[in-house]
Design a protein around this ligand. Structure first.
Ligand SMILES: Nc1nc2c(ncn2[C@@H]2O[C@H](COP(=O)(O)OP(=O)(O)OP(=O)(O)O)[C@@H](O)[C@H]2O)c(=O)[nH]1
Length: 624
């Protein structure tokens, strides 16, 4: 039953009692975006003919991968079924679609802070998964009203009764209170919107106080500059007003203010409890940071809203153009991506083996994968990425400290201790896989913290693990050991001292910086042997013998040899024609251009790529 637009109150004058701010939280693929689509349709703000699947996911990469990366907010007018009186003002439901992946937890957390309630969506054929739990805990931390909902009840494999009981047990309600919907057919979605109005509390704020609005998202738009999404907590923000960002003190003029309904619609202002966007003409999202508080420049608020955090990169990788002449384009592309991604950081770096490139910091592996794919696809760059690594704190015996984001910077000399970042991981799986998961976590230096049965056949395991052990192939190993049934979520829990060493790989006695890695002492040998063997297979035979060595400091721990070969391209060319000889030599020269020269050894580009992207050393394809 579409609401008549004439009835919808102006965002600057809406009675907060009529506003409901909510978000949908769910495990990946449980149907959040599809449910959001149905809500857009049901509230009548998107006409049937304009509707397309995943309306709110605008980035190409979001559509192709079917995942939500940036959160979005939409203002939906909704008249609850019991008061379908045409004259009554509709309620305003501000729906915030949140990203679902672990890398973006901070964004989820800020989106939650903008809401009073949430819809906890669970696939009725799959049940509770690791991110269902992680998001639920986040929602509880923010004291949100939680509406449990089972989705996909149209599927033949759905088991709504079983999972309603599981969900009810988890959040402490009755199984009858769990709503059942199909985001695909639309069944139950109207009833869900009615429940949002009934259960989610209206926002509270002080209308005549200085304005305080929390930024929960900011995106870069090529035409309009940065679009900042805010929730107004106190006071009111109006068009043309001058505003101040409280974390940096920077001031801007509000060129436009409005709401997404679902396209950007300008308004006079935003009042208490409203969710909408601001445009100030800034060109870089780092000037409009998620979590920051916006207030007026004059007579603004003194105290910012709580909870602001600077995004902190957790995983680093070197990115190098395959073709050295693409370096300026790579720099340009990274600058462009940074406009829209405050968490992306980079600095120039050179590698003897790979040439000029950048050391890039990411929130996690998916973030890395997404950035790499965007660089390759949107900017047409061919890249080599070095194996991802985490940040280490190294304390020397003389008291100096080093922060290491690149294995080649690992200090030499007397090291007192090395600290590495740890995570608290939650793993969920059917109980038959408990043994396999424990074995895997043990092998990755994990420490079991606890274990709970959510129902008789589903188990939650909690581990602390070094982040470095997860960033490589942990997720793939977990999936293959549990036939895809296990799910994983993790959050950082600080640093811990560990016995770590740097392993170098040498070709003909020359260090190849791109292959250096920081690993646990017990794993140094296996890393060394693995890399040496792999390189022996990948490096073509040269005209002299090439020893491949793995070393910790000056101690060699593994060795392989590529035997010599003399390749005389003129061998088959008996006497005669000089132009033919020249042609063969030219061809050989062409081939050599594709080689990287390390010391005196020629290593084909492909060998670098293959060695750096094998499953043991950093294949991070599409972690979902
Ligand atoms: N049969 C059925 N399929 C559904 C339903 N809801 C969603 N799906 C399908 O489930 C898949 C995942 O849905 P999405 O809406 O993309 O899931 P999501 O939770 O937004 O995923 P992320 O954005 O990656 O977090 C899609 O193929 C949908 O078509 C439903 O009610 N019934």
């Amino acid at each position: 039953m579409p609401a008549t637009p004439s009835n919808v109150p102006e965002p600057s004058r809406t009675d907060p009692a009529l506003i409901r701010n909510f978000c949908i939280i769910a495990h990946i693929d449980h149907g959040k975006s599809t449910l959001a689509d149905r809500m857009l349709q049901l509230t009548g703000i998107v006409e049937e003919r304009q509707m397309r699947a995943q309306y709110l996911d605008r980035m190409d990469i979001e559509r192709e991968r079917g995942i939500t990366i940036k959160s979005q907010a939409v203002r939906l007018p909704w008249k609850p079924t019991e008061e379908a009186d045409a004259a009554a003002a509709p309620h305003i439901l501000n729906m915030i679609d949140t990203p679902g992946h672990v890398d973006f937890t901070y964004e989820v957390s800020r989106s939650l802070a903008a809401c009073e309630g949430c819809v906890l969506l669970v696939d009725a054929a799959q049940g509770i998964e690791a991110q269902t739990l992680a998001n639920l805990y986040l929602a509880m931390e923010h004291d949100l009203t939680i509406i449990p909902v089972l989705n996909k009840i149209d599927l033949p494999a759905a088991q709504p009764e079983k999972f309603a009981a599981e969900l009810a047990h988890l959040i402490g309600c009755e199984p009858e209170d769990v709503l059942k919907v199909s985001a695909k057919t639309g069944e139950g979605v109207g009833a869900l919107l009615d429940e949002v109005v009934r259960q989610v509390p209206a926002p509270v704020g002080v209308a005549d106080a200085p304005a305080r609005a929390m930024i929960f998202d900011s995106v870069y738009d090529a035409y309009r500059g940065v679009v900042t999404y805010v929730k107004v907590v106190d006071g009111k923000l109006g068009r043309r007003e001058r505003i101040r960002m409280m974390s940096t003190g920077a001031t801007h003029e509000l060129l436009e203010i409005g709401t997404n309904a679902p396209e950007m619609t300008a308004a006079d202002g935003l009042g208490v409890g409203e969710v909408g966007y601001l445009i100030t003409g800034v060109k870089d999202v780092r000037q409009s940071k998620v979590g920051d508080t916006v207030t007026q420049q004059n007579k603004g608020a003194e105290e910012p809203l709580a909870g602001y955090k600077d995004p902190k990169p957790m995983v680093f990788s070197g990115l190098y153009p395959l073709d050295g002449s693409d370096y300026p384009e790579l720099r340009e592309a990274l600058h462009k991506l940074q406009l829209n991604d405050a968490a992306l950081s980079f600095e120039p770096e050179t590698s003897a083996a790979l040439g000029f490139g950048f050391r890039v910091g990411f929130l996690g592996l998916l973030h890395l994968e997404v950035i790499r794919e965007r660089l390759e696809r949107e900017f047409n760059l061919d890249l080599i990425a070095t194996a991802p690594n985490v940040i280490y704190q190294v304390r020397m015996e003389d008291g100096t400290e080093h922060t290491v984001t690149n294995p080649t910077e690992f200090p030499v000399g007397k090291i007192a201790e090395v600290e590495e970042p740890m995570v608290r991981a939650t793993l969920l799986a059917p109980s038959e896989f408990v043994g396999a998961i424990m074995e895997l976590c043990q092998a990755r230096r994990g420490n079991l913290q606890g274990m709970d049965y959510l129902s008789e056949d589903r188990v939650e395991l909690r581990y602390t693990l070094p982040l470095a052990e997860i960033v490589f192939d942990f997720f793939d190993a977990l999936k293959s050991k549990t036939r895809g049934y296990a799910s994983l979520d993790y959050e950082p829990t600080g640093e811990q001292v560990a016995d770590l060493v740097k392993v170098d790989i040498l070709l003909q006695g020359d260090k190849v910086d791109a292959f250096s890695a920081i690993v646990h002492k017990d794993k140094a040998y296996s890393y060394g042997v693995r890399m040496a063997t792999k390189l022996r297979e990948l490096i073509p035979r040269q005209q002299f013998e090439v020893p491949i060595q793995a070393a910790v400091g000056s101690r060699v721990i593994a060795r392989e040899t590529v035997r010599a070969i003399r390749k005389d391209v003129l061998a088959k060319c008996y006497g005669g024609d000089i132009s033919r000889k020249r042609k063969l030599l030219e061809k050989q020269k062409e081939g050599k251009k594709r080689m990287k020269v390390v010391g005196r050894v020629e290593v084909p580009q492909e060998a670098f790529i293959a060695a750096l992207s094998s499953d043991e050393s950093g294949d991070s394809k599409a972690k979902k």
